[in-house]
Design a protein around this ligand. Structure first.
Ligand SMILES: [Zn+2]
Length: 251
């Protein structure tokens, strides 16, 4: 059996002398690992385009034994231009691509994840200034696209709007307004993050927009810390992933 799809290369590894394995985010098929036999040699079949962050048009054969996926042919559709020379930005890219791998992308969520990742590449390539929290914003946005989103729009208990002194309750993945907070204090030992209206606005905006729509202006330092703690807390508690020393670890 064969199929064709567009795919973004997340990671490339060698095995044996001239063969490669690739982790791909496919537009229709989601996150997959494929083998490219002769991948490091055959310019005819792969045109030298099996590099991280490239978008490829792929022809894939499903092998009968074990359902292995073999990349038969690939053509370059798009890729970073000047980005590979910018180490700082490639580091941000690597962080985001690792998160895609760690999270896993199903067929249902594939198209949106694919679009977000292509948009991310455009931003990394072209934006004058990147938000300091960009890797964290990407985690929040991508997780939301796969159905894991903290509920930041209203109080999780009374449904009321959130003013000042609102609290994000990490294990519940939802907010508590100041009134509910006073009436029913969160027990000690549970992890809550107080977050300002401005920081909440920023996070809700990130949840709805693509990376190119995220504001380039930096929030106040206190807001920035609160946003980072909220996203980190949510991703650790609800997705079981923690970023440590260049890798996502299951926690
Ligand atoms: Zn409330």
């Amino acid at each position: 059996m064969e199929w064709a799809d567009q795919a973004i290369v997340l990671r490339v590894g060698h095995f044996r002398e001239s063969d490669l394995w690739l982790r791909l985010l496919c537009r229709k098929h989601g996150l997959l690992t494929l083998f490219a036999f002769g991948g490091s040699r055959s310019r005819r079949r792969f045109c030298g385009c099996l590099d991280v962050f490239n978008t490829l048009q792929c022809r894939v054969r499903v092998s009968g034994r074990g359902g292995f996926l073999n990349l038969e042919e690939a053509v370059l559709l798009a890729g970073p231009q000047g980005l590979r020379q910018q180490w700082g930005r490639m580091g941000v890219a690597a962080n985001c691509l690792r998160f895609i791998e760690a999270l896993g992308i199903s067929e249902d969520g594939a198209a949106e994840a694919f679009a977000l990742t292509e948009n991310l590449r455009t931003v990394l390539e072209n934006a004058g200034q990147l938000p300091a929290l960009l890797p964290l914003f990407f985690r929040l946005r991508l997780a939301g696209s796969q159905g894991f989103a903290p509920l930041l729009g209203q109080c999780g208990l009374c449904g009321g709007s959130l003013g000042s002194r609102a609290l994000f309750v990490v294990d519940e993945g939802q907010m508590r307004c100041a009134t509910c907070r006073a009436a029913q204090p969160v027990q000690s030992g549970r992890y809550g993050i107080e977050i300002s209206p401005a920081a909440l606005d920023l996070l809700r905006h990130v949840q709805q927009e693509s990376p190119s729509g995220w504001p380039g202006t930096e929030p106040e330092p206190a807001d920035r810390r609160a946003c980072a703690r909220l996203i980190d807390g949510f991703v650790q508690y609800h997705l079981g992933l923690s970023w440590e020393n260049g890798f996502f670890r299951r926690v």
